[in-house]
Design a protein around this ligand. Structure first.
Ligand SMILES: [Zn+2]
Length: 287
């Protein structure tokens, strides 16, 4: 059964490790993430952007697929199904469809409007017993058409949003979605430390987990980061493995054209990436 991300993230905050959010795109992705979490006895968050949900035909399909898989695969580790960068309308639709966790991203609104809409989301998610992630200060890069400028969040704004009673807080600390540029200056640990000091025991969220070196990840975890989002890295792993299979001509040998064979190297590559991240984040055997 799907759970809210609240307990797993509070435990992670206390225990100084992080739970990975791995974005899913289809059946293979979902199966790979769930199977790895179960094998490593790790809690996990399945991230679904509105674009990915639309690709899979809608929120209800995603909920049905994930619930079905958890039952058929005998998944016993805590799993949250989380809307990633939800809009105001998208968040309401995902809640209605049965998501167990929501990110409402009001970071592109003026702060007063972000506060008002986030407050409404706190009420809606509390009524359903599901977790809520809010965002302050947009995160650099592009995700499903949402472009951020990579700004550093204002600590006072973080406090204002945190005080509404959100479960976890995403704040821009120089992190970027997708690939990091050569001249990237790294995470703003001073800002992260201030935010952590001012927001009590609220678990903090690090978006753009792809390509951040493990020392920085570990330092971020020591400063209150308890949820780390990984998306692009699984896509690269899948792409690379699929490319190697095709370039080697394996799709033309025997029954290599069978989708269950053609997609298998990519599936295994996602599993390896998820495993590597869970080990770095420290969530192995924390289910
Ligand atoms: Zn993000």
């Amino acid at each position: 059964m799907l759970v809210s991300a609240k307990d797993m993230l509070n435990k992670a905050y206390e225990g100084k490790y992080a739970v990975g959010q791995f974005n899913i795109n289809n059946l293979e992705w979902t199966k790979a993430v769930l199977q790895t979490a179960q094998e490593l006895n790790s809690p996990v968050i399945l991230g679904v952007s509105e674009g990915a949900a639309k690709y899979m035909t809608g929120f209800k399909t995603v909920v049905g697929m994930v619930n079905g898989m958890m039952e058929e695969m005998n998944i016993t580790v805590p799993v949250a199904l989380h809307l990633d960068h939800g809009s105001y309308e998208g968040a309401k639709a995902a809640i209605a469809a049965g998501f167990s966790s929501i990110m409402f991203d009001g970071s592109h609104y003026p702060i007063e409007e972000n506060i008002a809409k986030t407050a409404e989301m706190v009420k809606l998610t509390n009524e359903k017993g599901i977790s809520l992630e809010a965002e302050v200060g947009s995160i650099g890069g592009e995700e499903d058409g949402i472009v951020g400028t990579g700004e550093i969040a204002d600590v006072k704004e973080c406090v204002a949003i945190n005080d509404l009673g959100v479960t976890m807080l995403a704040a821009g600390i120089g992190n970027i979605h997708g690939a990091y540029p050569e001249n990237w200056t790294g995470l703003a640990f001073d800002t992260l430390e201030q935010i952590n000091n001012e927001t009590g025991n609220t678990p903090l969220v690090l978006h753009g987990g792809t390509g951040i070196e493990s020392d920085m990840i570990k330092k971020a975890i020591s400063l209150g980061v308890s949820k780390i989002n990984v998306n692009t890295e699984c896509q690269w792993a899948f792409q690379q493995a699929t490319r190697e299979y095709v370039v080697a001509g394996k799709d033309q040998q025997g029954k290599g054209f069978d989708p269950r064979k053609l997609l298998n190297p990519g599936f295994e590559a996602i599993k390896a990436t998820v495993k590597e991240k869970m080990e770095i984040f420290g969530s192995v055997n924390k289910a």
